[in-house]
Design a protein around this ligand. Structure first.
Ligand code: ADP
Ligand code: MG
Length: 265
């Protein structure tokens, strides 16, 4: 003889059938706590729904972190401001409030290799995702390869969606490769499409004065910078490479190596 289904079991099954699996699991524990602590009925229902909602938020965050394609997961907590006096901590903390995101402003992180540009961009992406938005990270080189290929195969329209949809787009390491004309045009189109709609973070080892040469076209470079910088914040980091600093402190490299940025990693 099979035992009759208790009311508690039935509720658990119904919650699970409705897809509220976390609430189903939490039901017994919360019901006991409700009796022990004499909760109002609405408090009990509220706590049950809270458990489900919180688990969903966490799942969304995990899925967005995955979809963001971050090269690593580092936050501001692990950024050593003391080690990088070239960075104004207050300005970075202000950026981390994500006010720039609300206005669709851009952030440009400029400086030599190893000073923490990517680290800071990743930290802002993680903050963005935790605040309930989407982010996407891509290196400039990879972005151009993908867009160029899509343009040749006449499917660039679907590619635009990938780079225009996320609330925050990070283009990392602009400036390591020379652009050809078609690539400069694609970058212009991307910047135009996101202009005043969604924030961009760009990291680069080149100063704005060098962008004309980098993009192979001074007029196009001006047009791109015009849109990028209209609503933007530029953080220029002057300082030595964090990696080299660590090696130097460990006595692995001499001070002379620090003058040659190409020796970084
Ligand atoms: P960049 O993008 O400017 O070349 P990265 O952000 O890639 O430099 O930094 C290189 C490495 O050094 C990363 O592992 C990063 O986490 C670390 N790093 C750089 N600056 C700092 C810092 N001030 N505090 C902690 N880690 C740092
Ligand atoms: Mg970098």
């Amino acid at each position: 003889m099979s035992a009759a289904v208790t009311p508690a079991e039935q509720v658990r099954e119904q919650l699970a059938a409705l897809g509220l699996t976390v609430a189903a699991t939490a039901l017994d524990g919360l019901a006991q706590q409700a009796v022990r602590e004499q909760w109002a009925l609405t408090t009990f229902v509220g706590r049950l729904l809270d458990a489900e909602q919180q688990a969903r938020r966490e799942r969304t965050i995990q899925s967005r972190l995955h979809m963001a394609h971050l090269p690593y997961r580092k936050t501001l907590d692990t950024y050593d401001f003391a080690a990088q006096p070239g960075v104004d901590e207050r300005r970075i903390r202000e950026l981390a409030t994500l006010r720039f995101l609300a206005h669709g402003d851009n952030v440009l992180l400029l400086g030599p290799p190893g000073v923490g540009k990517t680290h800071l961009a990743v930290a802002l992406a993680i903050a963005t995702i935790h605040a309930g938005h989407s982010a996407y990270f891509i290196s400039a080189a990879e972005l151009l390869v993908r867009l160029s290929r899509a343009a040749i195969e006449r499917r660039v329209e679907t590619q635009w969606q990938v780079y225009t949809k996320p609330r925050l787009l990070i283009i990392d390491e602009l400036g390591y490769g020379q652009f050809d004309r078609a690539e400069a045009n694609l970058l212009f189109q991307l910047v135009s499409r996101r202009y005043e709609k969604g924030s961009l973070i760009i990291t680069s080892n080149r100063s704005y004065a060098e962008w004309g040469e980098l993009l192979g076209d001074a007029v196009l470079a001006t047009a791109i910078l015009d849109r990028l910088l209209h609503h933007s914040e530029t953080i220029t980091i002057r300082g030595e490479s964090y990696r080299l600093r660590e090696k130097r402190q460990a006595g692995l490299v001499g001070a002379t190596a620090l003058t040659a940025p190409t020796t970084d990693d």
